[in-house]
Design a protein around this ligand. Structure first.
Ligand code: SF4
Length: 367
């Protein structure tokens, strides 16, 4: 996939939760930065689980993850510490990272000290630099997380991740809990940081428009498997998998330049404990044929750098009509990915947020 030797290589990754194969034989590469790989799919597609497996937050049942040539599963001691510094995660909800009882500056200083970047007592100036780098007033160092808007808290979480000079970020839906204005600002920040810091990242999202802006490569996941992958611009201009075509058709900014009209998929993603036979997408696929119900399509190359798992990929690529199926319902809200509907009601920043000089109420108790 990537032109350069990969920084992160995922080969045949499987992650199981009891009987569920949350990730089922996924192989992906992330090139050295500046580089972005977007993982796209609905809830339950396995995209966040892949990010967590990369960070060793969930165990792999099979397959291998290599970072800079080293097998991540085999790391321990100093090497594991170095890896945990080199690969940082930014969660959807910054409150997963920030302790509500700890002032913002102390939270960043803690990360700096934990990885031996700067002794805690000398961390102040570096903390202020980092806050500035992510577009916040350095005086925010004295605030508690609850005194910031959601977008500002996410900036602090990014500053904390950057503080240890990572080589790669796992960005797990970093904007989907924010309102549209805050989303745009965080995305702009990610775009500028990737160039300035030569960052590589795995961007996990349900938002194709975000991937089209920030990622060179894209992998579309469905029920724990790669449905399609390749260079972002090429893949979005001409998807070869019906699922990708449906996803794309739900994004006006992308679909406007394409041939297709809105494709609404029938039904919900299948039960992962009892996946469909054959192609796992066949119960929802508008162009499924008999073969699809009995034969699982393998992931195969259809053009340089492009892989797809569909028996009818060539026809989809050629622009096959996608008829609505009988009983089709408007269940495409999860696919309506532009202008996310799962935003906080209000997340204005920074003008209408609490200002740095404001009184500092006591932090709320944890939990
Ligand atoms: Fe649809 Fe068949 Fe292709 Fe699966 S293999 S995506 S069911 S056409």
């Amino acid at each position: 996939m990537a032109a350069l030797a990969a920084l992160l290589e995922i080969a045949g990754l499987e992650v199981r939760f009891g009987p569920v194969r949350a990730v089922d034989g996924v192989s992906l590469d992330v090139a050295p930065g500046p580089f972005g790989l977007g993982l796209v799919g609905e809830s339950g597609s396995g995209k966040s689980t892949i990010g967590r497996a990369v960070l060793r937050l969930v165990p792999a049942a099979a397959g291998q993850i290599r970072f800079d040539g080293a097998d991540v599963a085999g790391l321990s001691g100093r090497e594991l510490r170095d890896y945990r510094r080199a690969v940082q995660i930014v969660f959807q909800d910054p409150d997963n990272t920030l302790d509500p009882r700890m002032r913002v500056g102390a939270a960043i200083a803690e990360a700096l000290a934990a990885h031996g970047i700067v002794p805690r007592r000398e961390a102040g100036p570096r903390v202020r630099e980092l806050l500035e780098e992510v577009g916040l007033d350095p005086d925010f160092a004295s605030r508690y997380p609850h005194q910031l808007s959601g977008g500002q808290r996410q900036r602090v979480a990014i500053a904390r991740a950057l503080s240890v000079r990572p080589r790669m970020l796992v960005l797990d839906e970093p904007t989907s809990a924010l309102d549209v204005r805050a989303q745009a600002r965080i995305l702009e920040l990610i775009g500028s940081l990737r160039a300035e810091r030569r960052l590589a990242y795995l961007l996990i999202t349900h938002n194709l428009a975000v991937v089209s802006e920030l990622c060179e490569q894209i992998a579309v996941l469905y029920l724990g498997r790669v449905a399609e992958s390749g260079p972002t611009a090429e893949l979005l201009a001409a998807p070869a998998h019906p699922y990708t075509r449906a996803l794309r058709s739900a994004v006006p900014e992308i679909a406007a330049s394409a041939r297709s009209t809105r494709i609404v998929l029938h039904g919900e993603p299948p039960d992962a404990t009892n996946p469909p036979s054959g192609c796992v997408f066949h119960p929802r696929c508008p162009v499924a044929i008999e073969r699809c119900a009995v034969e699982s399509p393998s992931l195969r190359a259809i053009a340089p750098g492009r892989l797809v798992a569909c028996h009818r990929a060539e026809e989809v690529l050629a622009g096959i009509e996608m008829p609505e199926r009988p009983g089709t319902v408007e269940s495409g809200t999860e696919l309506s990915v532009a202008g996310s509907s799962d935003a906080e009601p209000s997340d204005a920043e920074p003008s209408d947020a609490v200002q740095p000089g404001a009184a500092q109420p006591a932090p709320p108790p944890k939990g």
